[in-house]
Design a protein around this ligand. Structure first.
Ligand code: FAD
Length: 329
């Protein structure tokens, strides 16, 4: 049986938790159960949502301890749910909270924990494939002590509903929480300033540009293509270091990690530090004058050519096909 910590956002399961449920179902266990922590605004709606994603039972931890987030207290709740259900796998989305809670849980249970899984298979041991070095490499890790505890990398799975929806039962429980589990807790929250890289991180299409753009003035066509495709512009570090574009547009180890449906890197060599930020892209179409550039050899599709000619040609072709508006309308 698999237990999934489901994080809530405005009363619903957040998308990465639904992705985690999709991975959990792929393990082929007889049951998938969910733990939610704290208040639930609309139990019927959440039951229906989790049922659509194949959850057989929901365990809601309630009590004063959950009025604000405390990682150790959440882990205590999860540990009690694991003990009562006998789950052999406990997983959560690889969010800051998911990672913190499962690290506490693994320490309490004295079992190993794997972060950022993109796949898992088997039982005793469960073997997870996980991203390391910022997503630039994958490794397999055998979790040889039960329960297997791991987090799931964001956007590694689609948040698709189950083939056969379920009708989950609901179990409310009040875990015993020790004083020490509340020592580190959230005491205040505030509105963060708008992070300009947010739209890049969540974009479905990213058009990238690197040193091959040639100068600050060389970004016109790539910016136009990004805009016309409803996407965002992403750049390499050379571009931000040279002051051609702002840092919030940088993709990579020291920039944003992106996982769009389509990434179109133009004039970007594909250095390991850049790859670390774009390796989760579903499809990569690279444009480069050098057919041997690492980005070209890793891409799904590669166009050997000058980006100053190829990108305008892509825009012209999309306009000709009516896929994007012509300048007249
Ligand atoms: P280059 O490596 O110079 O490549 C330019 C490419 O453009 C070449 O492949 C060339 O063939 C091609 N080209 C040239 N002209 C044209 C043209 N007209 N049309 C088409 N193609 C053309 N980099 C990042 O991007 N993100 C990071 O977060 C990051 N973090 C780093 C952290 C550390 C600690 C370090 C040491 C480095 C980091 N880097 C990062 C830098 C990284 O190592 C590379 O130097 C950088 O990614 C290279 O950028 P580039 O591909 O634009 O330039």
């Amino acid at each position: 049986m698999i237990l999934v910590l489901v994080e809530l956002e405005n009363g619903s399961a957040n998308e990465v938790s639904l992705e985690t449920l999709a991975l959990a179902r792929s393990l082929g266990s007889d049951r998938t159960e969910a733990v939610v922590i704290g208040d639930v605004t609309d139990r019927d709606a959440l039951t229906a949502e989790l049922g659509a994603h194949g959850v057989d039972a929901v365990h809601q931890a309630v009590g004063e301890a959950f009025e604000s987030f405390a990682g150790a207290a959440w882990a205590a709740a999860l540990q009690q749910a694991q003990a009562s259900t006998g789950a052999t796998v406990v997983t959560a989305a690889g969010t800051p909270r998911g990672g913190e809670v499962l690290a506490h849980l693994a320490a309490r249970l004295d079992v190993p924990m794997a972060a950022n899984a993109i796949g898992a298979a088997g039982s005793e041991p469960v073997v997870v494939t996980r991203q390391v070095v910022g997503g630039a490499a994958l490794e397999e890790m055998a979790l040889d002590r039960a329960p297997a505890v791991f987090t799931v990398a964001g956007h590694a799975w689609a948040a698709t509903p189950a083939d056969e929806p379920t009708n989950p039962t609901w179990h409310e429980f009040t875990p015993e929480i020790a004083e020490r589990d509340l020592v580190a807790r959230v005491t205040a929250t505030g509105q963060k300033e708008v992070d300009q890289s947010d739209s890049l991180k969540s974009a479905r299409v990213v058009v990238g540009a690197g040193r091959g753009a040639g100068s600050a003035a060389g970004f016109g066509p790539v910016s136009e293509l990004a805009e016309q495709l409803g996407g965002s512009l992403g750049v390499s570090r050379v571009v931000t270091s040279l002051g051609w574009r702002p840092h919030h547009e940088q993709v990579g180890q020291t920039g944003s990690r992106i996982s769009p449906e389509v990434y179109i890197p133009c004039g970007i060599s594909g250095a390991i530090q850049h790859w670390a930020g774009c390796a989760s892209s579903k499809v990569i179409l690279a444009v480069n004058t050098d057919a041997e550039a690492p980005m070209m050899t890793k891409a799904n599709y590669a166009v050997v050519g000058d980006m100053h000619e190829v990108v305008p040609a892509i825009i012209a072709e999309l306009k000709r096909r009516g896929s994007i508006p012509t300048s007249g309308g």
